[in-house]
Design a protein around this ligand. Structure first.
Ligand code: FES
Length: 124
């Protein structure tokens, strides 16, 4: 049911989505809020550990098909923990998600996917 919309994957395993690591976060509410976003048309999935536990809670936002066709890439977000974070993510998804400019608070939460190596820093 994600035609024309971004897709969100919530990491939910050993750190993300656990009260053991984030006891003050209502993780089920995060999931319900995202599932209700875009009038229920947002495809929300859960994943085993994505390998970025230092940044939990991790969300991965896949661009809509049209945004992907225009060159948008998936965006990884880390430390999505409080209500404001979630509201800002939902607002960005409503605006189109990847391929549109994220609000500063969302942009500040972007992380590099753990399987993507950054080029070595040049010292020349
Ligand atoms: S549990 Fe989410 S990155 Fe490891």
């Amino acid at each position: 049911m994600s035609d024309g919309h971004p897709r969100v994957t919530l990491c939910r395993t050993c750190c993300c989505g656990t009260t053991r690591k984030h006891s003050d976060v209502d993780h089920d509410r995060q999931l319900r809020t995202l599932r209700a976003a875009l009038d229920g048309h947002l495809d929300v999935r859960q994943s085993d550990c994505l390998g970025a536990c230092d940044h939990s809670n991790v969300f991965v936002i896949q661009p809509s098909p049209s945004a992907r066709a225009a060159g948008a890439k998936p965006v990884w977000l880390g430390r999505v923990l409080d209500e404001k974070d979630l509201e800002d993510v939902v607002g960005w998804l409503r605006a189109g998600g990847p391929g549109t400019t994220p609000p500063p608070s969302v942009k500040d939460k972007t992380i590099t996917p753990p399987n993507v190596r950054t080029p070595p820093h040049s010292t020349t």
